[in-house]
Design a protein around this ligand. Structure first.
Ligand code: MTE
Length: 361
């Protein structure tokens, strides 16, 4: 399906929602396109590169409709290696605390890393003479209609003007050196490194500079943290806390909860990613359920906006091995211990310690 590997875990066929088995992410720093997760809220549109148009307006001096040829010819090319992570990544860990009706139980695989190439959004904003006052927002509209929204509407999202003007934010037409595949937003998508994946709008057809976040359902009602005692059916636009930056996170990719492993040397592999372009300073691994810890080896990330991968080798003996992992960033911030402390009615942003239990035979 959509050129993905046959061992992808398919949550829904249409809208297409699929994540790789975590082991598929453990192999390489840049995720091959055929195992890169995909998250969609509507049917995937089919827009030819020659037909694609981007209208840019709102609080700009010179509203303009761009074609792909024009963008490619007139603006400098920019490349960013960035990890994309859905706000629902690791939701299964929250569901294990308390059920979350109506939301897919995404595991460890709603996170992947690619080399994105295109142009800087800042250059487009400069070209149309976008205003630059504090408090402005830049809204992105996609053409895909979502019947999961209330009321049904096209997918849209927005980010603050400061992030929009940051050099890492791209309008990308290429992923890992290939034309951006349709399922990932081809011909052109927004890539907002460091923010939840929901802000990286695919098949973007309109950009509007405005003085408030967009009132699109996926900004105003979804992708917000609401209090644990709120019934999600009663959420009104603007309720809760809007999500933007991802939290410091880490996970185990090489093994899954309940795996059997032989006694002897065991090498665990995973990733860690710091929030907001910070650096991962340390990854700790415990094999006694968080009582004592050892330090994992960390590979340098492929760039400021990319995850880093860690490995940890331990000698293990027959019995139960309770593994826990936590990362620290360069401000000494670390991850919360328990998923229960983070549970929220829509199941977003689980960045608690990663934990699995292995059976050593
Ligand atoms: N853009 C559009 N137009 N429609 C969508 O449904 N899903 C968002 C975002 N951009 C979405 C979208 C979400 S929630 C995520 S996590 C990322 O796309 C996933 O991007 P991917 O499918 O390329 O992995």
């Amino acid at each position: 399906m959509w050129g993905k590997r046959s061992d992808m875990i398919i949550h829904d066929a249409d809208p297409f929602n699929a994540e790789p088995p975590p082991q598929a992410l453990a192999a390489e720093a840049i995720t091959p396109v055929d195992v890169f997760y995909s998250r969609n809220h509507g049917t995937i549109p089919d827009i030819g590169a020659q037909d694609w148009q981007l209208s840019v307006g709102g609080r700009v001096a010179r509203p303009h409709v761009f074609t792909l040829d024009e963008i490619r010819q007139r603006f400098a090319r920019a490349t960013v290696i960035a990890t994309m992570q859905c706000a629902g990544n690791r939701r299964a860990g929250l569901i294990a605390v308390r059920s979350i009706p109506g939301e897919d139980p995404w595991g460890s695989g709603a996170v992947s890393t690619a080399e994105w190439c295109g142009v800087r959004l800042a250059d487009i904003l400069d070209d149309v003479g976008a205003e630059d006052a504090d408090g402005l927002h830049v809204a992105f509209d996609g053409p895909d209609v979502s019947y999961l929204a209330n009321p049904p509407q096209n997918y849209g999202s927005s980010i603050d003007i400061v992030k929009a003007r940051s050099p890492e934010v791209l309008l990308a037409w290429s992923m890992n050196g290939q034309p951006l595949p349709r399922v990932h937003g081809g011909p052109v998508r927004v890539v907002v490194p460091g923010y939840i994946g929901a802000r990286s709008v695919k098949w973007v057809t309109a950009i509007t500079v405005g003085d408030a976040p967009t009132d699109n359902y996926f900004q105003a009602s979804a992708y917000r943290i609401v209090a644990p005692d709120i019934d999600p059916e009663t959420i009104a636009p603007g309720d809760g806390i809007s999500l933007s930056t991802l939290a410091l996170n880490s996970d185990i990719l090489s093994h899954r909860d309940g795996d059997q492993v032989p006694a002897g040397a065991l090498t665990l592999v995973g990733y860690a990613q710091a929030a907001d372009g910070r650096r991962v300073a340390r990854v700790d691994v415990s094999t006694d359920d968080g009582i004592t810890w050892g330090q994992a080896d960390i590979n340098l990330p492929a760039g400021r906006w990319a995850w880093c991968r860690w490995t940890y080798t331990v000698q293990c003996h027959p019995g139960r091995l309770a593994v826990a992992v936590r990362a620290f960033d360069d401000t000494a911030a670390t991850q919360p211990e328990s998923a229960a402390a983070l549970w929220n009615p829509k199941g977003y942003l689980n960045n608690s310690w990663a934990r699995i239990t292995l059976n050593v035979t």
